[in-house]
Ligand binder design. Structure first.
Ligand SMILES: *Cc1c(COP(=O)(O)O)cnc(C)c1O
Length: 385
């Protein structure tokens, strides 16, 4: 074992920057099987400096599917570039969806996943929408487990972040006329991460976007299609350049109802009532959103999924965002320049954050369950070996 580890360490590092070759494949496949790290071994990462950048972990998982629609022969391989035809479906027509989940290292060294079956079923629904075959729920969960365990030393120490796991399903086969790709590839890679926003755990300042919309009824806003993200970059970058953390999108028809932020869902709190926009195909059905709604109900809040007019922000006590990457993130302010009201007036509303906030109460419970601090009575956490 020890020999295998040192071989791995000396052989894999240089490979990571090169593109992958078929020759290296079988030799390294053998090494992956031998790669048993000591439980207390960590990758060489400055855990206190982690943000949400890519720090690729050693291995990724790959599984292909051809015309029969069945995925098979998935395997781990060193993280590295993949080969694609210039005419692949994903490059030309954006046929691709992704997922995001996290693995946590518990105080006693155990490795925990949070509701991976939810990601598996969401990927399946997304794949149907984008006319793609998808791995089964079991195949998906197995791929996540293998990827996390092979990259165990990249899981941050307790309290210092988590291993972000990124499953990706793409139309990898070549196609010229508009249509579904003839071959699909399911990939899973991983990176240790900590806070998503540069604000760290400080409150976010959101900007209500009125020019660009994120999704429209009948579109693909309700699934994690890769095609939903490049179109928001302009609004997001513009807001960031003005000092905001993220953009809050409005519905595409009335420009009146809240939708969500670029990569997270939104909640507003008024007294004991917590509201979040209903998901009707334009909003991503966040697993964190769903979990927080359940926790809030358990805590005695009245939780409502409904159309939330942007004007309700003006009366809200608190606002917060939820997502796997962002966690439960407090919103300190929302800025809104209402063109609907035909004034150029800019209004900025501030919200309660910090100690004794509802956001913090819910955030603490969720994190405690995810990291194994609190007993999981809901069957949300899976321990993997
Ligand atoms: C991924 C994502 C979310 C959050 O979903 P989680 O399952 O909680 O991670 C929310 N909105 C968008 C647009 C997303 O892409």
């Amino acid at each position: 074992m020890i020999r295998a580890i040192s071989y791995l360490q000396s052989s894999l590092r240089p490979l990571r920057s090169r593109s992958y070759t078929a020759q290296a494949s079988s030799a390294l496949r053998e090494e992956v099987k031998l790669s048993v790290y000591r439980d207390d071994e960590y990758a060489d990462v400055d855990w206190d400096k982690l943000g949400f950048g890519l720090t690729p972990a050693d291995y990724m998982y790959e599984m292909k599917c051809s015309k029969d629609g069945e995925f098979r022969e998935g395997e781990l391989r060193p993280f590295g570039n993949i080969q694609l035809s210039p005419s692949s479906g994903v490059l030309n027509y954006g046929q691709g969806i992704y997922e995001g989940t996290k693995a946590y290292r518990k105080e006693d060294g155990k490795i925990l996943l949070f509701r991976p079956e939810q990601n598996a079923t969401r990927l399946k629904h997304g794949a149907e929408r984008m006319l793609m075959p998808s791995p089964s729920v079991d195949q998906f969960i197995d791929a996540i487990k293998q990827t996390v365990l092979a990259n165990k030393r990249w899981i941050p120490p307790p309290g210092k972040g988590s291993l972000y796991v990124r499953p990706l399903l793409i139309g990898s086969g070549p196609i010229l006329g508009l249509g579904a790709a003839p071959e699909y590839t399911f990939l899973v890679y991983a990176s240790p991460v900590r806070n998503y926003f540069k604000e760290g755990t400080a409150a976010l300042n959101l900007y209500v976007e009125e020019e660009y919309v994120r999704a429209a009824p009948g579109g693909a806003g309700g699934v994690k299609s890769i095609t939903n993200y490049a179109p928001v970059l302009k609004a997001l970058t513009r807001a960031k350049d003005r000092g905001f953390s993220d953009v809050l999108y409005l519905d595409s028809i009335y420009k009146k109802y809240l939708e969500e932020a670029s990569s997270c869902n939104i909640f507003i709190v008024k007294g004991k009532k917590i509201s979040t926009p209903a998901t009707k195909g334009t909003i991503l059905k966040g697993i964190t959103r769903k979990s927080v709604m359940e926790i809030a109900t358990d805590q005695g809040y009245q939780v409502e999924e409904r159309a939330v007019p942007v004007d309700e922000l003006m009366e809200a006590d608190e606002v917060f965002c939820t997502g796997t990457a962002v966690g439960v993130a407090p919103v300190g302010s929302v800025t809104y320049q209402s063109q609907r009201l035909q004034t150029s007036e800019i209004c900025r509303k501030e919200f309660k954050t910090g100690n004794d906030s509802v956001c913090e109460e819910l955030q603490k419970i969720l994190v405690s369950i995810q990291t194994g601090f609190m007993e999981d009575k809901k069957g949300w956490v899976t321990e993997i070996h």
